[in-house]
Design a protein around this ligand. Structure first.
Ligand code: PLP
Length: 388
């Protein structure tokens, strides 16, 4: 008597399929030096300011007078106030600390937030898409409308031609690496307010934005607080994939009382992010922390530029990589995503992510990440170039 909806999920998770193929290749070619530009994990260590904060917080845990047990449900005030100040007020956005919920990362919150909605809401998702939004809604048994993002529309989804109740948007985008301008984002906010719909906005890659005119938060758009929940993550911003911390903004101005309901949900099913992780996150807002995480982001963005320029020069169609750590690469000669994945692995010993794993519109594309080391990124480019 299991939840039948789980049987509707595709058989295995994309990265498990990739891992299986890479494992087989390595078993057959034990001497091959395989470089992964596939899964979006980071390679650079945490910032010194973060390490210092972790040590300090650990020492506090050793003394009865500074020991911390369960924390406040929405997260510690010190972190929520730093978030409000540095991520919003400094950009002229008015968000209050009780609209911020500290999380253990954006995957859980982007996956779980749909629990607050009824089963019969219509969900719109881009195709290609970060698979968590899709699978979480399949698990909940919902109807899903796909918004194709293709070369023809510059990977910018068009407004749905039919009514939808919720749309998930992710910008800078995983997997295509594209962004939306203020004008394009305003179209979505206006649509949502007109249609009485909600936007779930995933800003996990916001820190990678380099261009001046690309919004860092959807709340830069007037009217967004009435219709949008925004998800943030420190995973790529500050290398927290192993530490685990992020936050979600649930405005009190939303037309439905989601702030209250999310608080209720979280206090029932989530017991908070560790004190250590929250102190670590706070440290990225200090002057030293800010400088240090910017340097790491610049390091990855240099990888992105190297890949973008070299691959474009050798004739690939390359998208993204300007305001995002992802490049979306058209496969050559009409090869399928998986055919090109196999070619890259066999010939260049480089692992990419087949675009079709993010949705049918991702066919004939692969995703490359800028999160490798410089050495591996340069080596990978050189190998692809010499094997073509
Ligand atoms: N959202 C997007 C678009 C992502 O690509 C990722 C991670 O790859 C996440 C959320 C999850 O991030 P976290 O590590 O904070 O759970």
């Amino acid at each position: 008597m299991i939840n039948d909806n789980y049987l509707k999920l595709s058989e295995s998770y994309l990265f498990a399929d990739i891992a299986k193929r890479v494992q087989t290749f390595k078993a057959e070619n034990p001497k091959a030096d395989v470089i992964s530009l596939g899964i979006g994990d980071v390679t650079q260590p945490l910032a010194p300011a973060v390490i210092e904060a972790l040590h300090k917080a650990t020492d506090e845990m050793a003394i009865a007078s500074t020991f911390r047990g369960y924390g406040p449900e929405r997260g510690y005030d010190f972190l929520r106030e730093a978030i409000v100040e540095h991520d919003f007020r400094s950009r002229g956005i008015d968000i209050e600390a009780d609209e911020v919920f500290v999380s253990d990362g954006a995957k859980s919150d982007t996956g779980n937030f749909q629990e607050l909605l009824s089963q019969d809401v219509r969900i719109a998702l881009t195709d290609p898409v970060y698979p968590v939004y899709l699978d979480a809604n399949i698990m909940a048994g919902r109807e899903i409308v796909k918004l194709p993002c293709t070369q023809e529309n510059d990977f910018v989804p068009e407004l749905p031609s039919e009514h939808v109740d919720v749309v998930y948007l992710c910008y800078p985008n995983n997997p295509t690496g594209t962004t939306l301008t203020k004008e394009q984002l305003r179209n979505w906010v206006d649509y949502a307010n007109r249609e009485n719909a909600l936007i779930f906005y995933d800003a996990a890659y916001e820190a990678y934005i380099q261009s001046k005119d690309v919004p860092h938060s959807i709340y830069e758009i007037p009217g967004a607080k009435q219709c949008t929940v925004e998800f943030h993550s420190y995973s790529k911003t500050a290398g927290f994939t192993g530490i685990r911390c992020g936050y979600t903004v649930v405005p009190k101005a939303l037309r439905v009382p989601l702030n209250r309901l999310w608080n209720r949900r979280q206090s029932t099913k989530f017991n908070g992010t560790s004190y250590l992780a929250q102190r670590a996150a706070e440290a990225i807002y200090t002057p030293e922390g800010k400088t240090q995480i910017k340097a790491t982001i610049a390091y990855y963005m240099r990888n992105a530029r190297l890949m973008r320029e070299s691959l474009t020069n050798i004739g690939f169609k390359v998208y993204g990589g300007i305001d995002a750590p992802y490049l979306w690469l058209g496969t050559p000669n009409g090869m399928s995503s998986w055919e090109f994945f196999d070619w890259m692995l066999q010939s260049a010993h480089v692992v990419c992510t087949p675009g079709v794993g993010f949705g049918s519109q991702g066919e004939n594309f692969v995703r490359l990440t800028a999160f490798g080391t410089r050495e591996n990124t340069e080596k990978a480019i050189h190998r692809i170039n010499s094997k073509l």
